[in-house]
Design a protein around this ligand. Structure first.
Ligand SMILES: [Mn+2]
Length: 318
């Protein structure tokens, strides 16, 4: 039995879309909301004959990965997050690149020699790798309209991955994957009336309209922090809204706080787009925090640490 394990955001889903278009395979799908990254442990080691892992940190899945390798299960691992120590095993094939301007779907695109490049471009836009997306779009000779359509599609799929649990999402990520993999080119879905593209577009516009009225809780030359309420629409909109803010003021770091039912806060931090570094290190200093240099988060920040967190961010980028 083959297991496909992938992050539930645009990058993870579209990485698998490309791979399964190139090499269709019956598989057990293991995924979750974007923040749910400890996914390798959900594989049944007894049942697995091979495994593909996409867009989740190897460091965060090290123990479960070792179990698979020790059981002689072949694993293909493609990712752009912190890997930690990569195990030495002839069962493990890795394509790992932590460059801040690449993402898993772009790594898969190179691996597949641009076979489904329009999907890869959509994913890069969705993962907010705008420069990389534009570069490939130029290379492909896409029109401005086509570029903006792929950008929207990537953003919508990315948006769909944000939530506390899969119940918050419009489409569970495995269901969304199964719908998308029916199409070898995202433009077919964009052209189709009432397709998942149009359903996501409508939902996205509704949630984002609400998010744009969010309360600003801190603003200085280096940092802007906003707070969203504990509601499903806010949990869905938080990540993409953070990207939108980042694109509006590329010189500032951005923090989106969402209050949890236990009064702690979930936050996502984006490094200034002009200075994509440090976000993961800052978040890792706080309990339940971590992530990449350009984008990171804390799952449960105690309310009394909000000021300290904002201070840490403002100082780091000063
Ligand atoms: Mn990614």
């Amino acid at each position: 039995m083959h297991f496909d394990v992938f992050n539930g955001d645009a990058d993870g889903i579209i990485a698998l879309v490309q791979l399964r278009l190139a090499e269709p395979k019956e598989s057990v799908l293991i995924t979750g909301v974007k923040r749910d990254i400890s996914l390798v442990q959900n594989i049944s080691v007894e049942k697995a004959t091979s495994v593909t892992v996409l867009d989740i940190s190897m460091e965060k899945n090290a123990e479960a990965l070792l179990k698979l390798l020790n059981s002689k299960v072949p694993v293909l691992y493609i990712d752009h997050h912190r890997a930690g120590d990569i195990p030495q095993s002839d069962k493990l094939q890795t394509i790992i690149d932590t460059d801040a301007n690449t993402c898993t779907s772009l790594l898969v695109n190179s691996y597949l020699n641009n076979q489904f490049i329009n999907w890869a471009i959509a994913a890069a836009y969705g993962d907010n790798m705008i420069a990389s997306a534009e570069f490939l779009a130029e290379q492909e000779g896409l029109t401005e309209l086509q570029k903006s359509q792929l950008k929207s599609f990537g953003i919508y799929i990315n948006y769909n991955g944000y939530g506390r649990s899969v119940d918050d999402l419009h489409f569970s990520p495995d269901e969304l994957f199964l719908q998308l993999v029916e199409y070898s080119d995202p433009f077919e879905l964009i052209a189709e009336e009432n397709s998942v593209f149009h359903q996501l577009e409508k939902a996205y516009n509704q949630d984002m309209q609400m998010a744009r009225n969010a309360k600003v809780i801190a603003e200085n030359d280096n940092c802007l922090a906003v707070e969203l309420p504990d509601e499903a629409w806010a949990r869905r909109a938080s990540g993409v809204y953070g990207n939108e803010l980042a694109n509006q003021s590329p010189e500032k770091a951005h923090i989106v706080f969402t209050i949890n039912t236990d009064k702690s806060y979930t936050l996502s931090l984006r490094a200034p787009l002009n200075n994509k570094q440090g976000a993961g290190d800052i978040c890792a200093q706080f309990p339940t925090g971590g992530g990449r240099a350009a984008a990171a988060g804390v799952n449960k920040l105690p309310a009394e640490m909000i000021t300290v967190f904002i201070e840490a961010v403002s100082q780091y980028y000063a």
